[in-house]
Write a protein that binds this ligand. Structure first.
Ligand code: APR
Length: 283
């Protein structure tokens, strides 16, 4: 799609803001991206808090760590139902043009890293190499007893082998999806690396997140050099200029408070337009 084709879609999105975002990205020295469930809705994976979202259809208390430890069979039954009913078929989802645009901008050297709250592996499937999985990955399964990990195909074999739930490791331990459940710690490496990028970046693209869940919601605040409840994460030093650009169908708590501007509309359309413009503008 050329920027001409983008401008033909100006009624769908604010073209001048798209141009501004492309200019800032081309000039950025350390551009990072924070994504949420909104970038995957165009792949048929519903988000959590929009009307018809996952938390309207499934009981979020099922995804507390303590609940999984207490009733792994109940939680597994729900997970399998989510995937087989198509309500949230993470396991077969395909990346969309939003994921592909970010992968293209990484390959052009425009963006350094994608910090994702998503557990769907779609950035990696789109070819992104530097992806920080802030909330883990739902396509990897870890034994709670010996720590051994299994891939999705191996899990399917285990489930096919014995219809009983929860699926078990060879050591007899319970397998848990390697995604961060509520009440579970963010992987230390992902936490430190993400806050360091937020500290060092001069541009952060915030895409498809309602910015309500901590500590991820603090990353744009740190990027902006504003105070954050996570000051304890290493010594935060005053920051130089950093642009925070939001892409979302609707405003979030960051809009007009933390982000410089919001480009309202569908992430896939907007990101492909920005990427085409970056391709044309970069030296
Ligand atoms: N294009 C742009 N924005 C979109 C699109 C789209 N196609 N689809 C949805 N959105 C926006 C919604 O307007 C909303 O602001 O994406 C956001 C999704 O918000 P949430 O459902 O709250 O998802 P997220 O912010 O990623 O949730 C954070 O909460 O439930 C936990 O662990 C889970 O990682 C998740 C975390």
């Amino acid at each position: 799609m050329t920027s001409q084709a983008c401008s033909d879609k100006a009624h769908l999105m604010d073209f001048s803001l798209i141009e501004k975002a492309a200019d800032l990205l081309v000039r950025a020295k350390h551009a990072v991206v924070l994504t949420g469930a909104g970038i995957s809705t165009e792949s048929g994976v519903p988000d959590f808090r929009s009307p018809g979202g996952i938390w309207e259809r499934y009981d979020p208390t099922l995804f507390f760590y303590a609940r999984f430890i207490a009733e792994p069979d109940v939680v597994w039954k729900c997970l399998i139902e989510m995937n087989t009913s198509g309500a949230m078929s993470l396991w077969d989802a395909k990346p969309n043009k939003g994921h592909q645009a970010l992968s293209a901008m990484e390959h052009m050297g425009i963006i350094k890293v994608v910090i994702t709250q998503n557990i769907d592996n779609l950035h990696q499937k789109a070819g992104s190499r530097n992806v920080i999985e802030f909330h883990g990955n739902m396509l990897v399964f870890k034994c709670l007893k010996c720590g051994r990990t299994y891939g999705y195909e191996q899990l399917l074999e285990i489930i096919a082998g014995c219809a009983c739930l929860p699926p078990l490791c060879e050591c007899g331990g319970v397998l848990k999806p390697d995604a961060v459940f509520f009440g579970e710690a963010i992987p230390q490496g992902a936490l430190k690396e993400s806050f360091q990028h937020a500290q060092d970046c001069d541009l952060m693209l915030v895409i498809g997140t309602s910015a309500q869940i901590e500590p991820a919601a603090s990353l744009p605040i740190v990027a902006k050099g504003m105070h954050s409840m996570f000051r304890g994460l290493g010594n935060l030093v005053p920051k130089g200029d950093c642009h925070v650009i939001e892409i979302n169908r609707e405003p979030t708590p960051l809009s007009n408070e933390v982000s410089d501007f919001l480009i309202q509309g569908s992430a896939g359309e907007i990101l492909s337009c920005i990427t085409d413009m970056v391709r044309e503008k970069r030296p």
